[in-house]
Ligand binder design. Structure first.
Ligand SMILES: [Fe+2]
Length: 243
């Protein structure tokens, strides 16, 4: 499996506290069947240098500890009206430097600004991947926004914890619905630590295999994430639109 969303790099956000914890998280990922993980610390502004330095340290530690995990560079970009400009100025990092930026929004948003922010990113030549749309109340209350964003060309990444019910019943229902209707392009860990919200992915692989299909688990956890990191096209699926 390939995980495109994690907070494995220490000291940058609310993810791993130190490199020791990052190493344990890497072990957990590998033991659950993950071969590559993208470090996506929360970022509003450029922290490229810091991220690059920490990735190099983690890569060295993984090599020394003989842990076969590839670590790619990325960010979980907090979407604002400045985002597309910062992307064009190369001040933000997309997933493995592809055309795919991972974007999050405020959990308290009313949902009025986001469409414009995403549209400007698309106009700038990027394909936004909206992180965990199922977790936003404004989306659960108005799922037609998903139709609109999908028609614009956005992709959606669902959290494993949402599907496994860790964020409550409403979030799980929305996550299941996004998969069932064909809106999900990828499922990722959004791992924050080695104890709660971990990078253990086998459980969600089994969940999708059992409740959807083996092919779907493979598409969402392996094939599409690989394509994203290689900057390849994601084959489009015609979704069942929200009414
Ligand atoms: Fe995240």
């Amino acid at each position: 499996m390939v995980d495109i969303h994690s907070h494995i790099l220490p000291g940058l956000d609310d993810g791993a506290d130190n490199f020791e914890e990052a190493l344990v998280m890497a072990k957990i990922a590998v033991e659950s069947g993950v071969t590559a993980i993208t470090a996506t610390p929360h970022c509003m502004e450029a922290r490229t240098k810091e991220i690059r330095e920490k990735i190099l340290i983690l890569r060295d530690m993984l090599q020394e500890a003989d842990i076969p995990l590839k670590v790619c560079m990325g960010m979980e970009i907090f979407g604002t009206s400045y985002t597309s400009r910062l992307l064009r100025e190369k001040k933000l990092i997309t997933l493995n430097n592809s055309r795919y930026p991972l974007v999050e929004f405020s959990f308290t948003s009313s949902g009025e600004e986001e469409t414009n922010i995403l549209r400007e990113m698309l106009w700038s030549g990027y394909i936004p991947i909206v992180a965990h749309p199922e977790r936003y109340q404004f989306i659960r209350e108005n799922p037609q926004l998903i139709n609109e964003w999908a028609k614009m060309g956005c992709l959606f990444q669902i959290n494993k914890g949402s599907l496994l019910g860790k964020f409550g019943r409403d979030v799980k229902k929305m996550a299941d619905s996004l998969l069932k209707r064909g809106f999900a392009a990828a499922v990722a860990s959004d791992a924050h630590s080695d104890e709660v919200r971990t990078p253990w992915m086998r459980e969600v692989y089994d969940y999708i295999s059992d409740n959807f299909s083996y092919d779907e688990a493979n598409r969402l956890l392996n094939e599409n994430p690989k394509r994203i990191l290689k900057n390849e096209n994601i084959p489009s699926v015609t979704p069942e639109w929200y009414r």
